[in-house]
Write a protein that binds this ligand. Sequence first.
Ligand SMILES: [Zn+2]
Length: 333
Amino acid sequence: MSTAAAAAAAGVHCLPIPTPFMVGRVNCYLIEDDPLTLVDTGPNSGKALDQLERSLGGHGRRIEDLERIVITHQHIDHLGLVDILARRSGAEVCALQELAPLIEDFGAEAERDDELAAALMLRHGIPRDVVTALRAVSRPFRGWGGSTPVSRRLRDGEAIGFADRSLEVLHRPGHSPSDTVFWDAERALLLAGDHLIKHISSNPLISRALGGKSGEPGGGRPRALLTYLASMRETREMPAELLLPGHGEAFGDHAELIDERFAMHERRAAKIRGLLAEGPLSAHEVAQSLWGNVAVTQAYLTLSEVLGHVDMLVEREEVREQELGGVVRYEAV
Ligand SMILES: [Zn+2]
């Protein structure tokens, strides 16, 4: 049986929804059970809403039939339509308790994330004019987001019940601080969100800590990649047979995929260590030497990527941080 057929046999249908972002389509999932449930919503756009209605129609369903909406994490391609869908259907909205405030006040939360991003970019050597320009570019993106009251706040480890199944709620921060996966132990099926995607390595973007497992003891900057590696170690041990991701195809063999990701992060950390062995550099200088101009156009993404790997090296005491005049540089030990 193909992976998609296996999922459909379990009453879970993948509904790919277009997004205006580089990632391409986002996968929403319709769970044919009682209550009728949609996992993730797609971005807040007419095109996404239109496609979602047609895809639901393909299964003989309408938006008004939805009884429960579950959100996997805080990114706009996954939650943008939540308010429109919740209002039209009256469905309950379920999200991890740490994620709920972000869904309920999306605009203000996004503004605070942008403030953190700007402060981090300045601290790690990105010129002020670039930071200002990037902030202006990021603001219109929020239009694809959405806010709605969360009717049910989920706790890590609790179960969501259906007539015919039970899904265990598991917090797996890293890709974002709020990543939540939903585990159907009976079917060995994992709704993985963006925690694990087969064709792309999920970028652990640095976002504000939410408390709980994503919180940083000592109040420092969130160490997104270290958090993500720890989450992947937990997922690796699960007896999952089928993973349904937030983007791309369903897949099995998740332990093998996770091992490939661990190896990739080790290679990247080793490369950065090699650069720092030649002399101290800011994280932005490292990004420029790895990716050239992309380090400017995608400054925050590449900065997050470098800082994530530098955190691995700092933890192993192979690299240390030095701060001079508000800008951080890293040097090999
Ligand atoms: Zn995401």
